[in-house]
Design a protein around this ligand. Structure first.
Ligand code: NAP
Length: 467
């Protein structure tokens, strides 16, 4: 059985789940498709109360839900509670803003009265990763529930219990069957579902490898897709930046969720004049992190999500060092049975080092020294990815000028990178395409249908192409 909950703090196997059967898949697609046709007859506002109810239930059961996350993928209990609250915020936001966001757009034209209406398209396939097991589902679920697109969920093979819990909340809130159906699908079964004519869109969050494979299936069957993939975000520290502010943000930006965030700052690009002090203070911050049971409020360093995640990261660090990178801090074993990785700082990473273009999914900071602002921008842009980014500068205005030159999907100046329902989330280059959340994410899977009405067809005075 591929789907397993294994506690990465003590390696205990907690539960296994069998793969979906053909009958389960066929039932999920039929349920979703029937619901799509039923929802088409109902206004967007008819789903508002249920989505608020989902938010309320998540808040009521926050402790229970947070524990599932911590036990299943190791995140600190405080961070797990934060994730549950963020999900509730997203649900409330889309419950309150979708009706207005889906109003028709009126177009001025000589052709008659023209409007673009926003309609649901049908059942969506969503494929989600383990690093924020509820939040990743909610980013797709909340807007599409309001739009009227039922969803089939395939979660990571290491976070099946989170998927089950999320589905339970949706059911308990009284959302109709088929609103969100969790299926324990193999990769081949994902392709099989995508091929089904009832599936009208595919949303994936995950790695470049997984994204490429699922995007190929979506392309083959001509299904619209959105891809939220990896990143190797730059954190640029300009010479006029306030190092006290920088350090507070930088250490968190790399160590939050044990460094397993697509938008974690992974490459710190630091002005020459601040470089030595930056390294010293960043190492001091990393040194304060205390590994332990992530259910214990006093623990500040969580284990990585799985044995595989730790092995992959260790190999990346070993390869980087073998290719000439220097370990400024960390990379020592932690004497606990769980999948802990000591926060590590690597320097002297040359362009031909394999680490230079890799995403390191764990608490490893690559730190680069630059001699000018131009060099900082050039290095920030020398990446296959383009997801997020942070710029620290003495003034917001100066920081913004630099931010404008960074090739990425999201960039924050003198601030940590936030995720909020009203802000679009997504990237460019190999970080994927499309945006989730905000008014853009709300319309990711809608049919923007043109309707033109006219009282009298006027062939003689028609302008433009008449078909
Ligand atoms: P992953 O291996 O790509 O897995 C993500 C999801 O895709 C899982 O459900 C996985 O299922 C599924 N999957 C992978 N290959 C597939 C295939 N060939 N066919 C069908 N499904 C497939 O990614 P991950 O390692 O779990 O997640 C970490 C990555 O996600 C990082 O690169 C991170 O940066 C990125 N991420 C991006 C965002 C964003 O918003 N841009 C947010 C969070 C994470 P299995 O578990 O069964 O393989």
């Amino acid at each position: 059985m591929a789907y397993k909950t294994i506690n990465p703090y003590n390696n205990e196997l907690i539960k296994e789940y069998p793969n979906a059967t053909d009958a389960e898949i066929s039932n999920a697609l039929a349920l979703g498709d029937n619901l799509y046709h039923q929802w088409k007859k109902e206004p967007v506002s008819s789903r508002q109360a249920k989505l608020h109810e989902i938010a309320d239930l998540m808040r009521q059961k926050s402790e229970e839900l947070a524990k599932v996350l911590t036990v299943e993928m190791g995140k600190l209990i405080g961070e797990a509670r934060g994730e549950v609250e963020l999900c509730a915020l997203i649900a409330d936001y889309f419950a309150d803003h979708s009706e207005a966001g889906l109003q028709p757009t009126v177009i001025k034209t000589s052709a008659g009265d023209a409007q673009v209406v926003k309609e649901a398209v049908g059942v969506l396939m969503m494929v989600e990763p383990w690093n924020f097991p509820y939040y990743q589902i909610m980013r797709v679920f909340a807007p599409n529930f309001m739009v009227g697109n039922p969803m089939v969920l395939k979660h990571s093979s290491n976070t099946p219990t989170s998927a089950v819990e999320f589905e339970k909340i949706v059911k308990e809130a009284g959302a109709p069957d088929g609103s969100l159906t969790n299926l324990f699908l193999s990769h081949d079964q994902v392709d099989q579902v995508i091929a089904d004519p009832r599936i009208q869109g595919v949303a994936l969050t995950g790695s470049e490898r997984g994204g490429s494979s699922v995007a190929q299936a979506a392309g083959k069957y001509l299904k619209k897709s959105s891809m939220e993939l990896g990143g190797s975000d730059a954190f640029v520290v300009l010479a006029d930046a306030d190092l006290d502010q920088v350090i507070k943000t930088a250490a968190r930006a790399r160590a939050y969720n044990a460094g397993q965030v697509c938008t974690s700052s992974k490459r710190f690009i630091v002005a020459d004049s601040l470089y030595d002090e930056f390294l010293k203070r960043m190492a001091a911050e990393f040194d304060k992190l205390k590994p332990g049971d992530p259910l214990d409020e006093k623990t500040t360093l969580a284990p990585l999500s799985s044995a595989k995640a730790k092995q992959t990261l260790q190999k990346q660090v070993d390869d980087a060092v073998a290719a000439g990178a220097k370990v400024y801090f960390g990379n020592q074993p932690i004497d606990l049975p769980g999948q802990f990785f000591q926060p590590t700082i690597l320097t002297d990473i040359a362009k031909d080092n394999p680490a230079f273009y890799q995403e390191m999914f764990g608490p490893v900071a690559q730190v680069y020294r630059v001699s000018s602002e131009e060099a900082a921008i050039e290095l920030a842009n020398d990446s296959h990815y383009g997801l997020g980014g942070i710029v620290f500068s003495g003034t917001a205005e100066h920081g913004k000028k630099v931010a404008e030159q960074i090739e990425t999907g999201m960039v924050f100046v003198n601030s940590p990178l936030y995720t909020l329902p009203e802000l679009p989330f997504g990237g460019i280059k190999r970080s994927g395409y499309g945006r989730e959340m905000s008014s853009i994410g709300l319309k990711a899977f809608v049919n923007e249908k043109l309707i033109v009405t006219s009282d009298h067809p006027d062939f003689n005075n028609a302008k433009g192409g008449l078909f």
